[in-house]
Ligand binder design. Structure first.
Ligand SMILES: [Zn+2]
Length: 280
């Protein structure tokens, strides 16, 4: 499918209906944020090299909280140093144009969608946000901003006892933990808005999937629900994957083998045209 055809599908559906955008690591990789599932995520402590899939677990946090915290504080610094790209800006434009008829489900924890202007009430960060922490004992589901003293955290630095004290739960004084969903944990509504994300999939009239490999469970459920509801799916991704299959199966949908920054501005322009036409 070419951009012109995709733009007309999105514009036609979003003119009076609801748009759901689902984003993954691809949109942020364009801004220099590595996925951390690959070699960029490897972490060295002493002679031991950790694989990212080992560190991003509750089990690793229980065994060595300081090592896991050090890895997340460094990753947070990488995210803070990045800026939203053309893809993020186009998604923020869509949110502004459509208001309550727009929803964003993102697997990214980097906060770039919020920084580009997507309002929090229209966005479901289903894997959490690296800029926040919460109580490791779950005395509350509240989240807190990671303090400024951790800005610009260098790679491979391990927080000391004083650092960890600054990351303690303000409510009970117990240890704090990064507000992210780990590989050995489950989605839920209070922390990760999983039900709200499925509700958005149950009411959307068009689904745009961006830079998502389909490796995680909830995004695939969202795609499957859209297919079952016969909603058009557009898959924006330089590489093919499970969402490409879903998009080809959806009526009116298709795949765009391109980067988010190359395609999404055209889609948001088409929406602007359609919404403007509706108002006239
Ligand atoms: Zn607590």
């Amino acid at each position: 499918m070419d951009v012109t055809r995709a733009a007309s599908v999105v514009a036609e559906r979003a003119r009076n209906g609801r748009l759901l955008v689902l984003t993954g690591a691809g949109i942020s990789a364009e801004c220099g944020i590595p996925t951390f599932r690959g070699k960029e995520g490897y972490w060295t402590r002493g002679s031991k090299v950790y694989h990212p899939m080992e560190l991003a677990t509750h089990r690793a946090f229980v065994e060595q909280p300081a090592t896991v915290w050090g890895w997340y504080l460094y990753r947070r610094s990488v995210c803070r140093a990045a800026s939203p790209g053309a893809g993020h800006r186009a998604v923020a434009d869509m949110a502004r144009l459509l208001g309550e008829r727009f929803d964003l489900v993102t697997q990214n924890v980097d906060g770039l969608h919020a920084r580009s202007g997507v309002p929090p009430e229209r966005m479901y960060e289903i894997h959490g946000n690296i800029d926040a922490y919460r109580c490791a004992r779950a005395c509350t589901t509240r989240t807190y901003p990671v303090p400024e003293r951790f800005d610009d955290w260098p790679k491979d630095r391990i927080p000391d006892a004083e650092d960890l004290a600054a990351l303690a739960c303000p409510a009970c004084g117990g240890p704090g933990r990064p507000h992210v969903l780990w590989f050995d944990e489950c989605y839920d509504e209070p922390r990760f808005r999983a039900e709200s994300a499925m509700d958005a999939a149950a009411r959307c009239d068009v689904l745009v999937v961006v830079g998502t490999s389909g490796a995680t469970n909830l995004p695939m459920q969202i795609g499957a629900l859209a297919v079952a509801r016969k909603v058009p799916i557009l898959d924006v991704n330089p590489e093919d994957g499970p969402f490409g299959d879903l998009a080809r199966r959806s009526p009116g949908g298709g795949v765009l083998r391109a980067k988010a920054g190359e395609v999404l501005p055209g889609l948001s322009s088409a929406i602007a045209g359609a919404v403007g036409a509706r108002r006239e």
